[in-house]
Design a protein. Structure first.
Length: 241
């Protein structure tokens, strides 16, 4: 009810935001796994460059990322033109465009906790499993995943929560189309712009309670995981909205 905003009119933004956060989190957990594993297990001169690219959304203003995504998603751009030819729709001002923007902007919130969790496993268990005849996938499935499950929990929670609170990037890419791209953060901004402070208070209070609960849950998990995961999960900091 705290997130219900002005009643039925806000049910759309809330539902759309939850859907976007769920889809983004699912995509991120799949996409971030190989990236985090590579960063945790490889020692190459390219690693700092990859780590910087992954962490870039933490320091880059969301509107900057949103602006360049808006240019890349345009129907006249190669990526946008390819998407239109495949789907008949544009990436700009669409839910699909919001998903792509959210995945890129929330990527460090998934990669960094997983990287720390993978690094905390160490090489000894991997080498022991390999000497027993386990292949690379068997080692990852039977040794790494069980020990990194809390890392996946932290990554999923942070990715979901960060997507819920997005504003600048999604506004640039998706605009404010009711039922399609109008998220909770955008609805809150609109309520403030129209001086509807009662509805803005309800949405803001809901986001505040939600964010605080997520942080409490995340730090509670960190306390049970030891310094390895705690250091990685604590490395991510909310970006500027």
């Amino acid at each position: 009810m705290l997130l219900s905003g002005s009643g039925e009119a806000a049910a759309g933004p809330v539902g759309l935001t939850m859907l976007l956060a769920a889809v983004t989190t699912a995509v991120l957990l799949v996409l971030a796994t190989p990236i985090a594993w590579w960063l945790a297990t490889r020692r190459t001169r390219w690693r700092p460059l990859v780590e910087a690219l992954v962490a870039l959304p933490l320091v880059l203003p969301p509107t900057v990322l949103g602006f360049y995504l808006l240019l890349a998603f345009a129907p006249t751009a190669p990526l946008g033109e390819l998407w239109v030819s495949l789907t008949g729709q544009t990436l700009t001002f669409s839910f699909q465009g919001l998903v792509v923007a959210s995945v890129l902007y929330s990527l460090p919130f998934a990669v960094q906790p997983l990287q720390a969790a993978f690094a905390a496993v160490g090489r000894a268990p991997l080498e022991a499993a390999a000497t027993l005849g386990a292949g690379p996938w068997g080692v990852f499935q039977r040794v790494v995943l069980p020990q990194a499950r809390r890392g996946y929990l932290v990554a999923g929670v942070l990715s979901f929560a960060h997507t819920v609170g997005e504003f600048g990037g999604v506004l640039m890419v998706g605009g404010n189309i009711p039922g399609e791209t109008r998220l909770v953060s955008i609805a809150l901004y609109e309520h403030v712009a129209t001086l509807d402070y009662a509805a803005a208070h309800r949405l803001a209070a809901g986001l505040l309670v939600f964010s605080f609960a997520v942080l409490v849950a995340t730090y509670a998990v960190e306390r049970r995981t030891g310094p390895g995961l705690g250091a990685g999960a604590g490395a991510v900091r909310p970006g500027r909205q």
